[in-house]
Design a protein around this ligand. Structure first.
Ligand SMILES: NC(=O)C1=CN([C@@H]2O[C@H](COP(=O)(O)OP(=O)(O)OC[C@H]3O[C@@H](n4cnc5c(N)ncnc54)[C@H](O)[C@@H]3O)[C@@H](O)[C@H]2O)C=CC1
Ligand SMILES: O=C([O-])CC(=O)C(=O)O
Length: 328
């Protein structure tokens, strides 16, 4: 018997990540090749954005995806999030000329407060929310705090692109395939302060740290390369990463929904005090997923270098949290 369709809301649906994301969701790459989906697409209530969205929906229609059970365009989160089972919050206010970081945080606080409230009011009580729009961790924190009737654990931020970037750099360095890499972790904020940590990672069963055996490469090449990859892509392409970001969003949601079979992945999730991270800070942690739930990998030893990296990315997140506190 065919499965009942699930509702997937995507914001910023007419943007560049949306264009790389929606077709893959509709083809079953996110929730499985047997799971019909209804897309509930949100764009800004402006003619240009809604017209662009109309075009994307025509293209989705023209793919004749067997799993696409329905499609709706919205300009109000209160209708876009109605009964939604999954919400991918991609649309955000980009930094404009002359805009300070505080202005960016304030503009996004407004968007994610409204979207958090709408999810709180109308989404499925088990909705799985992934925030992609930057600053992703703090936007996810804001949405979570604006949705007091939903469990904090329903809200996550995307660190998976950083995780995938780290895996590819390690594969290139060691000459092994990415698929052979296990137990990689990225701690903290989706920003250049994130700490990609391969101390526990294995490649074909061997320790990545021992195989590479080069702390200078870790500190001076690997961490800056992964941390500044977003900027390097903007410099090369003129616009920010889109297909790789959409791919990471698919990976994140698929693993959360369908499980990781014991493998570690990285998700930005609200802390419950693990590793000394204050409660509710939306922090990148290694997790495993099973039965639609994620679980933080606990009890890993943190050495002095790693603690300093974690402290730095945490300090940045606390600064962002404090900057938006009065807006919540
Ligand atoms: N977490 C991560 O790893 C990554 C995050 N990003 C972030 O993802 C976001 C989207 O990137 P792109 O698709 O390239 O941007 P884009 O500018 O191409 O598209 C964004 C879309 O969102 C819409 N939008 C803006 N505010 C909205 C709102 N309040 N409600 C609904 N729609 C809204 C815009 O009209 C636009 O169509 C950006 O904030 C970007 O920085 C990008 C790459 C990686
Ligand atoms: O850096 C940016 O603006 C886009 C982004 O988040 C990334 O590519 O990691």
């Amino acid at each position: 018997m065919s499965k009942k369709p699930v509702r997937v809301a995507v914001t910023g649906a007419a943007g560049q990540i949306g264009y790389a994301l929606l077709f893959r969701i509709a083809s079953g790459e996110m929730l499985g090749k047997d799971q019909p989906v209804i897309l509930q697409l949100l764009e800004l209530p402006i003619e240009k954005a809604l017209e662009a969205l109309r075009g994307v929906m025509m293209e989705l229609e023209d793919c004749a995806f067997p799993l696409l059970a329905g499609m709706e365009a919205h300009s109000d989160p209160m209708t876009a999030f109605k009964d939604t089972d999954y919400a991918l919050l991609v649309g955000a206010r980009p930094r404009g000329p002359g805009m300070e970081r505080a202005d960016l945080l304030a503009a996004n606080a407004q968007i994610f407060t409204a979207q958090g409230k709408a999810l709180n009011a109308v989404a499925s009580r088990d909705v799985k929310v992934l925030v992609v729009g930057n600053p992703a961790n703090t936007n996810a924190y804001i949405a979570m705090k604006s949705a007091p009737d939903l469990k904090p654990g329903n809200f996550t931020a995307m660190l998976r692109l950083d995780h995938n970037r780290a895996a590819s750099q390690i594969a290139a360095k060691t000459g092994k395939p990415v698929s052979a890499i296990k137990k990689l972790a990225v701690w903290g904020n989706h920003s250049p302060t994130m700490y990609a940590d391969y101390r526990f990672a294995t490649i074909d069963g061997a320790s990545v740290k021992d195989t590479i055996n080069d702390q200078a490469w870790n500190k001076d090449v690997f961490l800056p390369t992964v941390g500044k990859r977003g900027a390097a892509i903007i410099a090369a392409r003129g616009v920010s990463s889109a297909a790789s970001a959409a791919n990471a969003a698919i990976d994140h949601m698929r693993d959360w929904a369908l499980g990781t079979h014991g493998e570690w992945v990285t998700m930005g999730v609200p802390s419950n005090g693990e590793y000394g991270i204050p409660k509710d800070v939306m922090f990148g942690f290694p997790v495993t997923c099973e039965n639609g739930e994620y679980k933080i990998v606990e009890g890993l030893p943190i050495d002095e270098f790693s603690q300093a990296c974690i402290d730095k990315t945490l300090a940045e997140l606390i600064g962002e949290r404090d900057a938006v506190q009065d807006l919540l």
